[in-house]
Design a protein around this ligand. Structure first.
Ligand code: SF4
Ligand code: SF4
Length: 360
């Protein structure tokens, strides 16, 4: 059974405040990990311009310190997006990261956009997956000696929820890799719900959407990135064939495996189960949280940590009562498909023991 360490949010001493607990989580989850002066990617999502629920730099600084104490040279990494937001190339991405507070004085580690100026810098990693025999990983992630995944756990319109597997799978992939995962997810517009605002067309990277009274999608041009579904404020864009959502989750898990291959023994993962919004940190706005803030968890097992975060949200009282899969209620997508596939590939296990280190 895998170990997942939990830190609660409430404390009354500076020796045991959340920042100290975040650092102590590294000690527990990362027991035995040493980096021997190696380069360590702290895998983040720097937040789209306009969102405020992405990871806080102040909460990442203790992790950077812990990596250094374990002998590593940390850098803060993400790869460019497919869609036309504020992180579509390395220049915009750096500017957005800086405006969102990801600066040396705050975090004490540099930002590196892992797949280069236009998202074309990658290495091919061989895997034995159901969908892929090889994956295209952003160069800096491939070259790093270890990865510390630091994830804001929240909902996601295409994968039900976005945790460690999503952060690594989609987030370490180069542009070509992202296309490999997305290409057969083809959304359609429900014209009864569309208000013709045009937000989807602005974000579509393939110029596949026209808006005249309501939006319509050119299925030949669509590359299946799913961003229109995420940014639509009315929930008017649907993926009718849910098997494509499930396939996407499996592909994400395979990419996460590719990003970790050869470095499982030098990797660990954090999920921040706070600001659990229904949508991810890609649209430049956010909806209210689905449950109250719960805490921070860390583990060496990328499957167990997502299962634990999912269970914490499911068992919390929120918009729906405890015991309801709130992500499925929001998106009509069973997000546990990614967990089952990752477990089947040997990435980790869904069985876990949750160990509270808060009062240690
Ligand atoms: S129409 Fe297709 S390519 Fe355009 S944003 Fe939607 S899913 Fe992506
Ligand atoms: S974003 Fe949604 S509501 Fe706005 S035009 Fe597109 S489909 Fe219609």
């Amino acid at each position: 059974m895998s170990k997942v360490y939990f830190a609660g949010l409430s404390s009354s001493t500076k020796e045991d405040n959340l920042l100290q607990r975040i650092k102590r989580l590294f000690k527990y989850a990362g027991e035995g990990v040493s980096y021997d002066d190696g380069l360590v990617a702290v895998k983040l999502h720097f937040g789209e311009m306009g969102i405020d629920t992405y990871m806080r730099p102040v909460r990442v600084r203790p992790i950077v310190e812990a990596v250094k104490e374990a002998g590593g040279k940390p850098f803060l990494g993400d790869s460019n997006t497919l869609y036309r937001g504020s992180r579509g190339d390395a220049v915009d991405h750096h500017i957005t990261a800086a405006r969102n507070g990801w600066l040396m004085p705050a975090v004490d580690a540099p930002v590196i956009i892992a797949d280069g100026l236009h998202g074309h810098e990658f290495y091919t990693q061989k895997i034995e997956g159901k969908h892929f025999e090889e994956v295209k990983i952003g160069a800096a992630f491939y070259q790093a000696d270890g990865i510390v995944g630091v994830t804001h756990f929240k909902g996601h319109g295409m994968t039900g929820f976005g945790g460690t597997l999503k952060n690594l799978g989609m987030g370490c992939a180069s542009r070509a890799g992202k296309l490999m995962m997305h290409y057969n997810v083809k959304p359609e517009v429900d014209i009864k719900e569309c208000i013709g605002c045009g937000k989807c067309a602005i974000w579509c990277p393939a110029d596949a959407i026209e808006v005249e009274n309501y939006a319509s999608i050119d299925q030949q041009r669509c590359i299946g990135c799913g961003e229109c579904r995420i940014v639509c404020p009315e929930g008017a864009i649907k993926v009718k064939d849910s098997s494509t959502n499930y396939e996407l989750q499996e592909k994400v898990a395979e990419y996460a495996h590719g990003s970790l291959k050869g470095k499982y023994d030098k990797s660990l993962f954090y999920n921040f189960v706070m600001d659990v919004t229904p949508e991810c940190d890609c649209p430049p706005w956010r909806k209210g949280p689905m449950v109250p803030d719960i805490g921070v968890i860390a583990s060496r097992d990328p499957v167990a940590i997502d299962q634990a975060a999912f269970d914490l949200v499911k068992n919390a009282e929120g918009e729906q009562e405890a015991g309801v899969d709130k992500f499925c209620a929001a998106h009509d997508v069973d997000g546990t498909v990614q967990l089952k596939h990752a477990e089947k590939m040997g990435m980790g296990e869904r069985n876990y023991e949750l160990i509270d280190i808060s009062k240690d």
